[in-house]
Ligand binder design. Structure first.
Ligand code: CP
Length: 338
């Protein structure tokens, strides 16, 4: 049996393939109700909470005629062990070998959300949980956020193209923002990957080099800008970063050198509350649009003024999650009409 095509990271997909999904998403926005996946099912495994991902996948499957089975392993479904060759004398009742095997018999695709464990980055950076699922599944696996968030990437790039057109050569500012806790780097990694893949001039604004992203993503982004003839710059200068930006994307994330030591990281982060996105910073831009993956703490990551401004397109990006994921499910699950 041939191996299924998974959607684990956009690194594995070409720009043309991703653009085809984005074009399909725009078409699905115009004509949302199809029955192309009638009678099929998709399993959605959530090891972590969600508002947008869960609702947009469930509704998207429904609008395509498919059924979504939502499972929360360890809550209303058996806890799952993802590591190979373990003596399973802990909490998990089921191994992913059987869990993935069974769901592959019932469903045409399996989505998984599995955040890192925030203890040891050298372990978490390997993304072992979703790789274990992909190894054992005989149907396509969709990453619903692990250490990257490729569905969010598609929604972001759909939103960029909707609002500023052709992305090539446009200045994309990815700014770190303060938050009370050290958050997952997934969305920041993903923003870096998709903006660089689509030829944008990427500026990464961080308060300290400790907030640079993992080298596997920095290196991939550098390779992608080289291929597309654009650029990737790192800066700590807020004013120059915002000046001339065409699109501003905010995210908070934890410093990897302090991974698993949140109290120490909090001390490093404390002086940088002023990285919050506000109207004065946005005024420096080239009439940029602002977005965020959501959820967002208002007046912590961005002010009310920014979130309520016409240039804030975060709700458009959230809506686009629905359209791009339908395009993805059609691509991975269906050979039917578009
Ligand atoms: N942006 C995003 O993935 O939202 P949820 O965590 O609510 O799914």
């Amino acid at each position: 049996m041939s191996k299924p095509r998974h959607f684990l990271s956009t690194v594995d997909w070409s720009r043309d393939e991703l653009q085809s999904l984005l074009d399909s998403a725009a078409e699905l926005r115009r004509q949302p109700i199809r029955q192309a996946l009638q009678g099929q099912a998709v399993a959605l495994l959530f090891l972590n909470p969600s508002l947008r991902t869960r609702s947009s996948f469930e509704i998207g499957a429904f609008q395509l005629g498919a059924h979504a089975v939502v499972l929360e392993p360890g809550k209303a479904a058996w806890g799952i062990e993802f590591e190979p060759k373990v003596v399973m004398d802990g909490e998990a009742e089921e191994h992913i070998a059987e869990g993935a095997g069974v769901l592959s018999r019932y469903c045409s695709a399996i989505g998984l959300r599995a955040f890192p464990l925030f203890k040891d980055w050298s372990h978490d950076r390997q993304d072992r949980v979703i790789k274990a699922l992909a190894a054992h599944a005989s149907v396509p696996v969709i990453n619903m956020e692990t250490i990257v968030h490729p569905c969010q990437e598609l929604a972001l790039m759909r939103t960029i193209q909707d609002h500023i057109g052709q992305p090539d050569g446009k200045k994309f500012l990815l700014t770190w923002t303060w938050h009370p806790r050290p958050l997952n780097t997934a969305v920041a990694n993903s923003a870096l990957l998709i903006a660089s893949k689509f030829g944008m001039n990427v500026e990464l604004l961080v308060p300290d080099n400790a907030y640079l992203l993992d080298e596997q993503f920095m290196d991939a982004a550098y390779e992608q800008v080289e291929q597309s003839g654009s650029s990737l710059e790192i800066t700590r200068d807020i004013e120059s970063a915002y000046r001339g930006a065409d699109f501003v994307y905010a995210k908070s994330w934890g410093a990897l050198p302090f991974y698993g030591r949140p109290e120490e990281e909090a001390k490093l982060r404390e002086p940088y509350r002023h990285f919050m996105v506000d109207g004065a910073k946005m005024a420096l831009t080239n009439q940029a649009r602002f977005s965020h993956c959501l959820p967002l703490r208002r007046n912590i990551k961005a002010t009310d003024e920014v979130m309520d401004a016409d240039y804030c397109v975060a709700l458009d990006e959230a809506e686009n999650r629905l359209h791009v994921q339908k395009a993805l499910m059609l691509e991975l699950m269906g050979k039917g009409e578009r």
